[in-house]
Design a binder for this molecule. Sequence first.
Ligand code: ADP
Ligand code: ZN
Length: 526
Amino acid sequence: MQAQTAAQQLLEQTFGYSTFRGPQESIVHHVASGGDALVLMPTGGGKSLCYQIPALLRQGVGIVVSPLIALMQDQVDALRQLGVRAAFINSSLDADTARATYQTLMRGELDILYVAPERLVAPNFLSTLHEIQQRFGIALFAIDEAHCVSQWGHDFRPEYRQLTVLHEVFPDVPRIALTATADAPTRHEIVERLGLDSAEQFISSFDRPNIRYRVTLKNNARQQLLAFLASEHPHDAGIVYCLSRRKVEETALWLKEQGWNALPYHAGLDAGIRQANQQRFLREEGIIMVATVAFGMGIDKPNVRFVAHLDLPKSMEGYYQETGRAGRDGLDANAWMVYGLGDVVNMRQLLSGSDTPEERKRLERQKLDALLGYCESTHCRHQSILRYFGEQHAGSCGQCDNCLNPVNTWNGTEAARMALSCVYRSGQRFGAGHLIDILLGKSTEQIKRFNHHSLSTFGIGKSLNQAQWSSVLRQLVAAGLLATDMEGYGGLRLTEAARPLLRGEAEIWLRSDPPDTRSSKAERAS
Ligand code: ADP
Ligand code: ZN
């Protein structure tokens, strides 16, 4: 009880908040009384307080391991403003500052020290810590972004693997590992790699009820984006994610030409420009940041009103993280994404083309497939997202696209068989555009050149239009019945999974795309 009261006092007097949020209080209490903890909390949930308050409550300095060197300065500045004696040590410090920080540490004058992982596990730093422990005590070890220990994650940091040494050298110092990456395999890997078997797990809900998820079929993405911005966010701050640096720059420029307050952000920009754009986004109102995924880690702007995706993220985790930057203040926010056949083909090619090991590729493919399944899903978006993270949700949120406009499905078995046999008969090397021309019986140059008007599938698909065939093919690719070729020309081939359908042993139900996306010509895989 004593500790809780002291915690409450710190919360109010040092941090200026009146109440703990969600599980913060029990985590603080648990760690302050010496327990190990694994904290899974969505970004913006308030993880920092979970180690900052116990670090202040316990004897000695709290050591925080973080891979985000760029953010340490900000965190330390913020803490110092609150009167907390905080510092950081990483490779960005010049020799004098680093020496001064060491001296402060050795005098026992620090409450919280942020350290980069490679520094922490260096032998001489460990012996420094040993000395500190004997003289003043170490309050705790906080391992932030703990998913970096996972070899299959996007943020793998080999030094995180060595953090087990903390437990071996300092068995009595409590450890608290924190992450916003919640999927079960990653969680298990963290527990195993960091030796946290006996740590208490604090798992927050990942639901973001104030975010309205929407996946729209791509049909002139720029115009769609413009219409979305004009009708729903004329003066709001938001993020527009693109896959490539070039697209970021082109899109930002184009938005500016259209009169929008847009800035670019990607890792290829000069550090000064990047920093300036980020500061403007944080400080000014109504800025649209057009960015690659390089933007966002650790960005804490509460009133981001929308996140728009012009390209597919790589996984559900990515989608959740990126969209999660909207609506941190709890007010309504939009997560809006356009998606089409071209995206599926592109992402698949990106994965198959990279020179990563086969095992990892397989995992990345599975992650992409889960995302594609989400895009094509006809169920409540909140429910689909949470199910992916192993959490229950009653569905019918009443505000996602699928709940607001229930999607019709149709028995696409016959159409799918036509499409699959068209792929087969034309030699499993043509892209969606040409396949659709065959199905519709068009006499194009290419059809003549390959003699495809003599195929038995030529013209058998006239009961559907171009957009509907595009939809069928997209869903067959998303469902894994068709795969893209390895050469990178967008050619489609059959997979094993297509067999039952071709043999007449399986049925497939497809979603009817909304009529407004059928009006103009179908997007082609490009
Ligand atoms: P995370 O590390 O989980 O992404 P942070 O620790 O950066 O989240 O906190 C996100 C935001 O929530 C910060 O602006 C922080 O000041 C605020 N916050 C955290 N805990 C509380 C609380 N108990 N009451 C009010 N605001 C809080
Ligand atoms: Zn819903």
